[in-house]
Design a protein around this ligand. Sequence first.
Ligand code: RB5
Length: 152
Amino acid sequence: MEKIAIASDHAGRELKDDLIEYLSSIGFEPVDMGVNSDKSVDYPDYGIPLAEKVSVGEISRGILVCGTGIGMSILANKFRGVRAALVNDVYTAKMAKEHNDANILVIGGRVVGKGIAREMLKTWISAVFEGGRHQRRLDKIAEIEKKCGDAD
Ligand code: RB5
């Protein structure tokens, strides 16, 4: 059973918990990395540990949820090898995998409802990266990471 990590802040907790239930129902093993209360927290405290796991290859895919999805996207894309995509519709969720090979799906818990979030998740999980010209484009982005890492 493939593990998929999922984390949120307080604004995304309700949607996170629904997506955990959904992941189990479609045969995945969700790894719940919090938060597990409605108390206000800082989204980086939950997003960073998940993005680190994906960055080092400890887990291949993850889902992040905050109020808008913006903060989680900003932080996740700081990590080497992470391609986090903020999605609000099913078409974008499909393209996030087919063209961008996104390894983290980011959703705004205050933006989209549970139904559309489940559809986006199902679409992203089952889509396949097309490679080819899209890989060439991702390679150009990966070059930026190399340059940033070389700073001395
Ligand atoms: C929390 O109020 C909110 O700012 C956070 O969930 C997120 O939307 C940040 O980008």
